[in-house]
Design a binder for this molecule. Structure first.
Ligand code: GRF
Length: 209
């Protein structure tokens, strides 16, 4: 297997992890997951990784500093090209973020900068917005504040509750994350301050010759 070497950080059910695994199998992403790292040993995402034959690592340090130090050591050993947060419920320390500049992505279930933080879909529903969605962004030291790579919108329907809205957004998350990762794999994302430029695809070989 060649291409992008990814480490995926998870804490929970791992449906985005599954979308990435499926995206690799369907050759929508050219790369491999070298490890799935969880801060919870009971995370269902770990089972998904094991079923796909992917190495799993659990870091369950209670103390925040010890956790971040262990995570950083682990990431240095793995040397991933890209780190993906997929339902990872901890903030990364500035040291971890600075060690992998422009190489950490997150998926968030709102159209940022609206509704950062926890329970974004509930926040959107309670605010009364008519359009919700998801955002894939590079990670900086703020909470859900990094440069935006892709966004996808969905309608909020009259009959929606939090669950139905979550499900509609989740479907878009899976597609947007796979697309953003492949753009990165193709070297087509360029960060310019707050903006992420999506470069055109490289010309096919016969066009060059
Ligand atoms: C997703 O809604 C993601 O946007 C947010 O956490 C949730 C994780 O879901 N960051 P899953 O574990 O990928 O199913």
């Amino acid at each position: 297997m060649t291409g992008l070497r990814m480490a995926v950080l998870v804490s929970g059910r791992g449906s985005n992890l599954q979308a990435i695994i499926d995206g690799i199998q369907a050759q929508k992403i050219h790369g491999e997951i070298i490890a799935v790292i969880s801060d919870k040993k009971e995370a269902y995402a770990l089972e998904r990784a094991q079923q796909a034959g992917i190495r799993t690592i659990v870091i369950e340090e209670a103390c925040r500093e010890a956790f971040q130090r262990t995570l950083l050591d682990c990431l240095h050993d793995l040397e991933p090209d890209l780190i993906l947060l997929a339902g990872f419920m901890r903030l990364l320390s500035p040291l971890v973020i600075q060690s992998f500049p422009g190489r950490i992505m997150n998926i968030h279930p709102s159209l940022l900068p609206s509704f950062p933080g926890l329970e974004a879909q509930r926040q959107a529903l309670e605010y009364g917005v008519k359009v919700a969605g998801c955002t894939v962004h590079f990670v900086d030291e703020g909470t859900d504040t990094g440069p935006i790579i892709l966004q996808a919108a969905v309608p909020v329907l009259e009959e929606d509750d939090v669950d139905s809205l979550c499900n509609r957004i989740l479907e878009m998350e899976h597609r947007a994350y796979v697309k953003a990762i492949e753009l990165f794999a193709q070297g087509r994302l360029e960060i310019e301050g707050r903006r992420v430029r999506i470069l055109p695809p490289a010309p096919a070989k016969e066009e060059i010759m």
